[in-house]
Design a protein around this ligand. Structure first.
Ligand code: AMP
Ligand code: MG
Length: 345
């Protein structure tokens, strides 16, 4: 049930403390939360999402001392980063504390030696975490592999009746999952790009942004089916149910001749850049050319495309590739297939 209002924080905290699942608003996407110290509670997340048990969860805390309690140590560069970017969409992967009061359970970290930790930039999430007084494991509140939720209604469409409480904190302001920065290895690496970009992180780490860029080794090992660093790196992820193609504006004439006679098309075009249209367009989404606004609308657009019942969705590729566009292109690349004249509808 979706709830907002003054009593919802306490109700959410009670449920979480009792080992139940609660869907929480964050600034990135909605999370499916459980007490990260309680293995039975965390098991419910994996069951509800249909998430593979080798895919670890991000653990949410409300302040730096709480992060220190679950990590083995907190290096100087981690302090420099979190003082600048927390609360906010930056997740740090660090060696985890294995024993002691309040450490996260093995299941939350998929049996690994590291923990991914983040302080979310949403006041209701922070109030709830503080009220529980324990770290909260929370992956995105969607079925594994599907589009992430950026509103309470998105969560309800998949989890109504399964999760007792969906806390209404409005639409997510960022709209893309957090940046995941691995500080557990010999060199820092961005495992998942997000709104805290490589360009923003690099000066603090005294590195070049290129040295931080997404770790292809992690992707490769994942594809080979080995234990992986960051399963959000799965190639096919975040996908709508509708067949979704990405395309470049220059391909429009070729797509026009390729489109089957009876196909109903949805198209997500970058607004104002050009007026070229595809035939048989039933639904047209004008996407913002400003990356912060684009990111905020991206997942909602995928869900709207599913609702309109079109045969396929065409998403125009933005030309820019740096900054926040890198994170958008990462999600776009996993949610869609490249259009080619050989594609079959
Ligand atoms: P989500 O399931 O949408 O919350 O995404 C969480 C992301 O953080 C996934 O890509 C996870 O693989 C990644 N992650 C969580 N814990 C770890 C960890 N200990 N090491 C590396 N990546 C992690
Ligand atoms: Mg997710």
């Amino acid at each position: 049930m979706i709830q907002c209002g003054p009593k919802v924080v306490r109700r959410a905290a009670e449920l979480l403390a009792a080992g139940e699942l609660v869907a929480l608003p964050t600034e990135t996407v909605y999370g499916l939360g459980a007490d990260a110290t309680n293995a039975d509670a965390v098991a419910k997340i994996y069951a509800a999402k249909g998430r593979p048990s080798n895919n670890p969860l991000i653990v949410h805390i409300a302040d730096i001392p709480s992060a220190e309690k679950i990590c083995q140590n907190f290096p100087a560069k981690a302090y420099a980063l979190v003082e600048r970017f927390w609360p906010g969409p930056l997740t740090l992967v660090l060696p985890r504390r294995l024993q002691g009061d309040g450490v996260v359970c093995e299941r939350a970290v998929a049996g690994g030696k590291t923990v991914a930790v983040r302080c979310p930039g949403h006041p209701m999430a922070l109030d709830i975490i503080r009220a529980v007084g324990r770290p909260i494991a929370a992956p995105s509140a969607n079925r594994s592999g599907h589009t992430s939720p950026t509103s309470p209604a998105h969560v309800a469409s998949e989890f109504d009746g399964i999760v007792e409480l969906i806390v209404d904190g409005g639409e997510c302001l960022v709209g893309l999952e957090s940046t995941v920065l691995d500080l557990s290895g010999s060199t820092p690496a961005i495992l998942r790009p997000g709104a805290i970009t490589g360009e923003m992180l690099a000066p603090i780490l005294e590195l070049d942004p290129l040295q931080l860029s997404v770790n292809e080794m992690s992707r490769a090992s994942h594809l080979a089916g080995e234990a992986l660093k960051s399963p959000g790196l799965l190639w096919r992820h975040y996908a709508p149910k509708t067949r979704a193609f990405r395309y470049e504006a220059s391909q429009v004439p070729a797509i026009r001749t390729w489109l089957p006679e009876k196909a109903n098309v949805a198209i997500a075009q970058l607004a104002m850049l050009h007026s070229s249209v595809l035939p048989r367009t039933r639904e047209r989404f004008n996407m913002p050319t400003e990356p912060m606004l684009y990111a905020r609308e991206f997942y909602r657009t995928l869900r709207l495309a599913d609702e309109c019942g079109c045969d396929c969705l065409f998403i125009e590729l933005p030309a820019a590739q740096t900054g926040l566009w890198a994170a958008i292109l990462d999600r776009l690349g996993r949610a869609t297939e490249p259009w080619s004249p050989e594609a079959k509808l």
